[in-house]
Ligand binder design. Structure first.
Ligand SMILES: Nc1ccn([C@@H]2O[C@H](COP(=O)(O)OP(=O)(O)OP(=O)(O)O)[C@@H](O)[C@H]2O)c(=O)n1
Ligand SMILES: C[C@](O)(CO)[C@H](O)COP(=O)(O)O
Length: 235
């Protein structure tokens, strides 16, 4: 890890509905250790000395945000989320530009649903990519044997896992480049599920930075159950 940690902007997409969680509210507003998941995720960034500013993309009809203390934190600016995650990210990039972020500034996009990001992993990503010409993302090499499913629900093949990684967040790219490729990809109808796939679609190769596997995305109930149990033991 190089020593220099660059200044950066943070963009937190938090406009999802959490369908796979099946809760009574969007999962980013579910409780974890006495606060909402979203508050914990924001706290991963708000104290960082190199943070230049933070935008959170929220659903236009989000009734929960105004009830959080952090909604009155002047360091946090809002953007209006969209139908898909990529739309919410694009909206956040536009807001960052309005706030004065420049095309060459680093932007870290991090899922609101990943509250367990460690400061070590955040600084590792920043330091490793500080001088990278493309940018990259935190990721974890596949640990299990991986199968490709056939239409019949049976194993079609066992995939070579030695070259397979799970993409996590933050994903770190220059603002101008990410804005351009994401906007172009969305207009082209390309399915974009993370920022790196837009950069790849444009012909560049983001760098994979190995991070902690417990930087998990809270997606289904068992994910939150696991993290609640882990945090109750650690804190
Ligand atoms: N239109 C959307 C969809 C998702 N997200 C955010 O992107 C992150 C990762 O998305 P995902 O885990 O898929 O969240 P949801 O879309 O809410 O979950 P689901 O697919 O189960 O509905 C989440 O923090 C979510 O809030 C967003 O900002 N805008
Ligand atoms: C961005 C991401 O977390 C990387 O793994 C993932 O693509 C988000 O996917 P989701 O379906 O929006 O949760």
């Amino acid at each position: 890890m190089s020593s220099a940690i660059p200044a950066f902007w943070a963009l937190i997409p938090a406009a999802g509905v959490g369908a796979r969680m099946g809760a009574d509210r969007p999962k980013q507003y579910l409780e974890l250790a006495g606060k909402t998941i979203l508050e914990h995720t924001l706290a991963c960034f708000l104290g960082h000395p190199q943070l230049r500013g933070l935008v959170v993309s929220l659903a236009s009809d989000d009734p929960y945000w105004p009830h959080l203390d952090c909604s009155r934190d002047s360091r946090i600016q809002r953007a209006e989320g969209g139908v898909e995650r990529a739309d919410s990210v694009l909206s956040g990039l536009l807001r960052l530009t309005e706030l004065g972020a420049g095309d060459d500034d680093w932007v870290l996009v991090h899922d609101a649903a990943r509250p367990n990001l460690s400061r070590f992993d955040l600084d590792l990503l920043l330091a490793e990519l500080a001088d990278d010409p493309v940018g990259g993302l935190l990721a974890v090499p596949a640990r299990d044997t991986l199968k490709r499913a056939g239409a019949d629900g049976r194993v079609a093949e066992t995939v070579d896992r030695s070259v397979i990684w799970q993409a996590f967040t933050p994903q770190m790219f220059r603002l101008g480049a990410l804005h351009r490729v994401l906007a172009d990809a969305l207009v082209s109808g390309v399915r974009i599920t993370d920022e790196a796939s837009a950069i790849e679609w444009a012909g560049q190769a983001p760098r994979l930075i190995e991070g902690r596997a417990d930087n998990l995305k809270i997606t289904r109930p068992e994910d939150l159950e696991w993290l609640r149990q882990r945090w109750s033991q650690k804190r």
